[in-house]
Design a protein around this ligand. Structure first.
Ligand code: GLV
Ligand code: GLV
Length: 332
C-alpha cells in the first residue's frame, strides 16, 4: 500500500507526477491557501504533510492528527511551523536547504541592481508614454563598484550573495551570530563587523537571517536611524525581521535612500506607506521561484518523506531528535 500524503498546494508538474506515483496523494487543487479547517480535514489520518511557508502549522493543527510522522516544509525557512509542538509529539520537521541558495542569491542581486539603477521607475516612464528622450540628468542611480555591501547572516544564502559581489567590485562586510573562520572570511573576501558598525557603514544592507524570536524586528526604527541616509536595504529573508511601518517612515523621511523587498510582515498585505514610494522595489516573495529550483525543492521533500516513513533519519530534519516515539510507531 502506498503511504498517505497530504499536500497543501500544487507543485511543479514533474514533482506532482512523482508524488502521485509514489504516494496515495491527496492535495489542494484550488489555486489558493487552505483555511485551517480545510487543512486539518485534508491531513486527517495521514502520516505525511507537505506544507508551504504560507501555511501556519500551529500546535492545534499538529495535535489534530495523531498519526502524523513528518511535516515536510516546501521552503528553507520553518518559522511557519511550531517546532516545539512537533518535537514533543515525535514528529519530524524537514526543510529544503541548499537547493534554493543560488536562486535566492540571484533574486537578491536583482533587487540590488534594479534599486540602484532605478529600473522599475525607468520601465514605468517608458510604458506610460511620459519619456521625452535621453536626458543627461534623468533617473540617475548609484554605482555599485567600490561601494560597501553589508551582509547580515552568513549562511548558505549570505555566502552566495557574497560570491556574486566580487563581480560587481563591491567591498564586503558581514555580521553573523558566530564569526566565520578566518579561512572562510578570506575565501569570500568579507570582513566581520559588529552589527551597529555594519549598519553605520554599509551602502547596501542585505538580510539573510532566519525569522526567530531573536531576529523579529531586528531592523527597527532605532536601527534605521543609524544607517547612512544614502543606504539601501534589501530583504529576501522574512518580512517580520523588519519593522515595516518604521521602514516606510524612514524611507519617506529620507533616513535611508531605498529598499528592495521580496518579503513582508503580513503577506500578501503590504504596508500602505510603501506602495506609494518611488524609491522601493516590491516583489511577491519570489526568492526561490525558478522552475529548476522549485522542482528540486519538491524532490527533496519527497526524499525526506520516504526516509521518515521507512524509519530512516530524514536528511533535512530541522528539529532535534523528537522527544518521544511517534504515537503511531509500529502501527503503519
Ligand atoms: C522561502 O522563502 C523559503 O524559505 O524557502
Ligand atoms: C539557506 O540555505 C541558508 O542556510 O542560508
Amino acid at each position: 500500500m502506498k503511504p498517505a500524503v497530504f499536500l497543501t498546494r500544487m507543485l511543479p508538474s514533474p514533482v506532482m507526477h512523482r508524488l502521485k506515483t509514489l504516494f496515495d496523494l491527496k492535495y489542494n487543487n484550488h489555486d489558493r491557501p487552505l483555511t485551517k479547517t480545510e487543512l486539518v480535514r485534508g491531513m486527517r489520518g495521514r502520516p505525511a504533510l507537505i506544507s508551504m511557508l504560507s501555511d501556519p502549522i500551529d500546535a492545534g493543527v499538529i495535535e489534530s492528527n495523531p498519526r502524523l510522522k513528518i511535516i515536510a516544509n516546501y521552503a528553507v525557512g520553518t518559522n511557519n511551523i511550531d517546532l516545539k509542538a512537533a518535537s514533543s509529539r515525535g514528529i519530524i520537521v524537514t526543510n529544503t536547504p541548499g537547493v534554493l541558495t543560488d536562486a535566492t542569491a540571484d533574486l537578491t542581486w536583482s533587487l540590488i541592481l534594479t534599486l540602484a539603477r532605478r529600473v522599475p521607475e525607468g520601465d514605468r516612464l517608458v510604458r506610460t508614454g511620459r519619456w521625452t528622450g535621453w536626458d543627461p540628468t534623468q533617473l540617475l542611480g548609484t554605482d555599485l563598484n567600490g561601494k560597501i555591501l553589508g551582509i547580515i547572516g552568513m549562511g548558505r544564502i549570505g555566502r552566495a550573495v557574497a560570491r556574486r559581489a566580487v563581480g560587481f567590485g563591491m567591498r564586503l562586510i558581514y555580521h553573523n551570530r558566530r564569526r566565520l573562520p578566518v579561512r572562510v572570511e578570506k575565501k569570500i573576501n568579507a570582513s566581520y563587523r559588529p552589527l551597529s558598525r555594519l549598519l553605520a557603514t554599509a551602502d547596501i544592507v542585505s538580510l539573510h537571517i532566519p525569522l526567530t524570536p531573536e531576529t523579529h524586528h531586528l531592523i527597527n526604527r532605532r536601527v534605521l536611524g543609524r544607517m547612512r541616509s544614502t543606504a539601501l536595504l534589501i530583504n529576501t529573508a522574512r518580512g517580520p525581521v523588519v519593522d515595516e511601518k518604521a521602514l516606510a517612515d524612514a524611507l519617506k523621511h529620507g533616513k535611508i535612500a531605498g529598499a528592495g523587498l521580496d518579503v513582508f510582515e503580513d503577506e500578501p498585505a503590504v504596508q500602505k506607506g510603501l506602495i506609494t514610494l518611488p524609491n522601493v522595489v516590491l516583489l511577491p516573495h519570489l526568492g526561490s521561484a525558478t522552475i529548476e529550483t522549485r522542482t528540486k525543492m519538491g524532490f527533496m521533500v519527497i526524499e525526506n518523506i520516504q526516509s521518515v516513513l521507512r524509519g530512516k533519519p530524514a536528511p533535512d530534519a530541522v528539529n532535534r531528535r523528537p522527544l518521544k516515539e511517534p504515537a503511531t510507531a509500529g502501527a503503519e
